[in-house]
Design a protein around this ligand. Sequence first.
Ligand code: BDR
Ligand code: CA
Length: 319
Amino acid sequence: MTKHKIIYDTDPGIDDAIALVFQARHPQIELVGITSVFGNADIDTTTANALYLASRFAPGVPVVRGAAAPLRHPPPAPIPHIHGKDGLGEISRTGHVSQQEDGRAAHRFIVEMVRANPGEITLLAVGPLTNLALALREDPDIARLVREVVVMGGAFGVGGELGNATPAAEANMHGDPDAADIVFGAAWKVSIVGLDVTHETVMTTAFLAALRDSAGDAGRFVWDVSRFYERFHADDGMSRGIYAHDYSAAAFVVARELYTTRSGPVRVLTDGIAAGLTVQKPASMRAPAPDWDTRPPCDACIGVDAAAVLDLFTRTLRG
Ligand code: BDR
Ligand code: CA
């Protein structure tokens, strides 16, 4: 069985934590590193959360501290109403944190791991893309040595939505639009799993309760950590459930056949009221668009078999 060697670039974050549990449990995934980034909380908090999650679910996987702020924009405002003051839904934590930070910077870790494993590493990025942009800046040649980049982020208007952080921007794109535009413009294979499909993939209260009762410690953790997130979704007008944002990108790595994608170069607006907006020029479009035409195509998800994606989560957690 070919394993996917993943560096998980993350800002944990409740849905980030849920995606990590899935990766730790999936037989075709080998987590080779967890790199933290600011986003759902500040970098001290997301790094501490990554250490906690690794200690509990992925012991021995290196945890590496990443960027504290975007490349150019000021750091985003805190969002404790979404992920809790501690970034992990304010659960009472069990077990002790056995892991310590790897001493390297996240972008350097990415460069070193990619160089040591040419053609093998998948970068699964579910926060602002600052670490990946810094890695490219340090060593642009890694683009041809990475197996694939899978990003949770963006929105292409398929379901009528363009953003969740602003009317025009998904949160991870809004977190560092310059970095996102760099990452989508590099010469590596990029797949983008955005709101067009994550808003179709809802873990309902009943789904989460069934996991709690049937998937051991992992299932109980997913239930506990999702309580805060579910209250936020309810306050936001959604009934009884959570969007499976970051898990969807992890699912894409091992089950891309469950997604429909559209190919074409993607730009990210970096300034103004629509900063963070993702715009693809579909390969089928013939009109010239110089700001897109010189760039490599990305695969953007435009459809999903959500029931199968959710079933994959249940089967994986139950083992
Ligand atoms: C994305 O934003 C973050 O809040 C989530 O963890 C996810 O990565 C969804 O827009
Ligand atoms: Ca995230």
